[in-house]
Write a protein that binds this ligand. Structure first.
Ligand code: DC
Length: 228
């Protein structure tokens, strides 16, 4: 059976990664959370005090960064590795969320990440979520989804996720962070978040999780069948 690439873009906290993860598992595809890569870079920059306006320093740091994803079959969880260290938990914290959009706006950072992402998709069979997947990383992806949702609904969901991990964050802080990031992500010069013409738009505000998964799966199966 022919494999396709699926690009899921959209605003922060719409459920892109959770949906992409389950869709990939059900299709037997590889899930790639491109946001985790920008988060891992942000973690490295924070811990090494990299100055974001110093191109030389940024480029040197990027050369020292290796990012991998591993799937732990026991816990059925994906882990993000930064230079072989598991950073999956730390990159989801508010400390990273506060800085990640600024790091992701740096041209050199984007070029390095996009190169890695395109390599991961060469063999097809990839479900990747992010902001520029359908526009820049896989402009020829067979299926493109653009997700959006009401910012209060998104914030409530994220608050629950953070709480489950032991981080209590007031709702207003999460709403503010989403709004700041959405603004930065949509207005930056380097590959901003855009809704491409051939994307299927999904508003997940009133959708149950399984409904989101089924919708993407049905679209994917339609595209896979078209290839035969
Ligand atoms: O998907 P996320 O919220 O974990 O992404 C974190 C940040 O990384 C987000 O604010 C914007 C940036 N990002 C990006 O610029 N391009 C991508 N393909 C993925 C994420």
């Amino acid at each position: 059976m022919q494999r396709i690439n699926i690009a899921i873009d959209g605003y922060s906290g719409c459920g892109k990664s959770s949906t992409a993860k389950v869709v990939a598992a059900r299709l037997g595809y590889t899930f790639i959370d491109s946001g985790a890569m920008y988060r891992a870079v942000t973690h490295y920059f924070q811990t090494h005090n990299i100055r974001l306006d110093d191109v030389g320093e940024v480029e040197k740091a990027l050369g020292d960064i290796e990012i991998d994803f591993v799937f732990k079959s026991q816990s059925k969880q994906y882990e993000t590795l930064l230079n072989k260290q598991n950073v999956e938990q730390v990159i989801r914290s508010m400390k990273i969320s506060e800085d990640v959009s600024q790091v992701a706006a740096i041209k050199e950072v984007r070029a390095a990440m996009v190169r890695k992402q395109q390599k991961m998709g060469e063999e097809k069979g990839v479900v990747m979520d992010g902001r520029d997947i359908g526009s820049v990383v896989f402009p020829n992806a067979e299926l493109k989804i653009f997700m959006k949702a009401d910012s209060k609904v998104r914030a409530k969901r994220r608050q629950e996720e953070l709480k489950a991990k032991g981080e209590e964050v007031p709702l207003v802080d999460i709403v503010r962070n989403f709004e700041d990031r959405d603004l930065r992500d949509t207005t930056r010069k380097e590959s901003p978040l855009v809704q491409v013409a051939d994307a299927v738009v999904m508003d997940t505000s009133n959708m149950a999780f399984e409904e989101q998964v089924q919708k993407v799966l049905n679209l994917a199966i339609g595209k896979i069948n078209q290839k035969h």
